[in-house]
Design a protein around this ligand. Structure first.
Ligand SMILES: [Zn+2]
Ligand SMILES: [Zn+2]
Length: 354
């Protein structure tokens, strides 16, 4: 099979011809139809701030496809079925798995970081990672649903416990933050404020259902009092701005990853204690989240079909990552389509800056 191998950060991935992987007892071989590119791929392949378990490794953890073959102990899936693949490979027997929080499995491995990923013609995943892709949902939407939609869904529903009538502030409006806006609407938030430094991202959030958008300098943002803040930026300035606007007793959920020390936040212990606020992290999603997100998409309650804005052939996977870093053509999500012979010239041409 054709696969894109990562060896060292900052070096283009290499196209390789590898044997189609074999499936073990409860595993499934999936023919990849779409693989989303995510910030985590950029942390590995370009920045080097996340280090995969081994190299050379096939990256790619937001995938969908068609079941090609199943292991001898697989009963629930058959060749030909359309599926989305959740990236977290979990043990099923640790305290968090027992508690229904498998995204925090103590023995968790990630497809595309600890095992070979989906930037290839085929990927292997355990059966419990698969969720059937409903009719009418494209492979592209099914791929990005696994992370770019299920992760904000998990943060809002399971961790943030957003409920109808609440006021929410969403900071950081990449693909995850934008989907959080869309999801907050369907979950019944009474008022959605979307905040970002980037004007274009703000316009998008407005078009997708934010009631109010704050852009530009953080210092210029108005005061407000919200029940829930969810941050997708990892940026201390935005997190601080969110904390200042949290009502006493409110909740803050951190989703955006960064290596900033907490000392970068002007935050005192008493500001947490006296206001009785909760600050909690949310990482990833579990199969229940993905199933619910896909059900919402199938019923038409949310539209995630227009979230993939740029498509690339497998051989251009590294270019797709650079595309996302440089934001050429204002991408929301870019996807690799292994069945596409060649990327379209329009996505290959870097715009000439003035
Ligand atoms: Zn990701
Ligand atoms: Zn576990």
């Amino acid at each position: 099979m054709r696969a894109m191998l990562f060896e060292r950060p900052g070096e283009p991935l290499k196209l390789a011809e590898l044997p189609v992987p074999a499936v073990q007892s409860e595993e499934v071989l999936v023919r990849v139809m779409a693989a989303g590119i995510c910030g985590s791929d950029i942390h590995i392949a370009i920045e080097g701030s996340t280090i995969p378990a081994f190299t050379p490794i096939i990256l790619g953890h937001e995938a969908s496809g068609v079941v090609e073959a199943v292991g001898p102990d697989v009963r629930d899936f058959q060749p030909g079925e359309r599926v989305s693949i959740l990236p977290d490979v979990v043990c099923g027997t640790c305290v968090n798995c027992w508690d229904g929080r498998s995204e925090l499995c103590l023995h968790r491995q990630l497809i595309g970081i600890h095992r070979h990923g989906a930037l290839a013609e085929f990927v292997v995943a355990p059966t419990r990672n698969l969720v059937r892709l409903p009719d009418g949902i494209s492979f592209e939407a099914g791929a990005i649903a696994t992370d770019a939609v299920a992760t904000p869904y998990h943060a809002l529903v399971r961790v943030g416990r957003l409920h109808a009538g609440e006021r929410i502030l969403i900071t950081g409006l990449g693909a995850l933050g934008l989907h959080a806006v869309v999801l907050s609407r369907v979950l019944g938030a009474s008022h959605i404020i979307a905040a970002t430094r980037h004007a274009r991202a703000g316009q998008r959030a407005r078009a997708r259902g934010a009631d109010v958008v704050w852009t530009g300098e953080v210092a210029s943002w108005p005061l407000a009092a919200v029940d829930l803040v969810v941050d997708f930026s990892g940026d201390p300035r935005l997190i601080e701005a969110g904390l200042e606007r949290l009502r006493p007793g409110g909740r803050m959920v951190l989703v955006g990853i960064s290596e900033h020390p907490l000392s970068d936040l002007r935050l005192t212990v008493s500001a947490i204690v006296r206001r009785g606020i909760q600050i909690v992290g949310s990482y990833g999603a579990h199969p229940g989240d993905l199933a619910e997100v896909l059900a919402l998409a199938q019923s038409g309650r949310i539209n995630i079909e227009n979230s993939v804005t740029h498509r690339f052939a497998l051989a251009d996977a590294y270019l797709a990552m650079e595309h996302l870093v440089d934001k050429w053509g204002d991408p929301i999500r870019v996807a690799i389509l292994p069945t596409m012979a060649e990327s379209r010239p329009s996505v290959l041409c870097r715009p000439v800056s003035a």
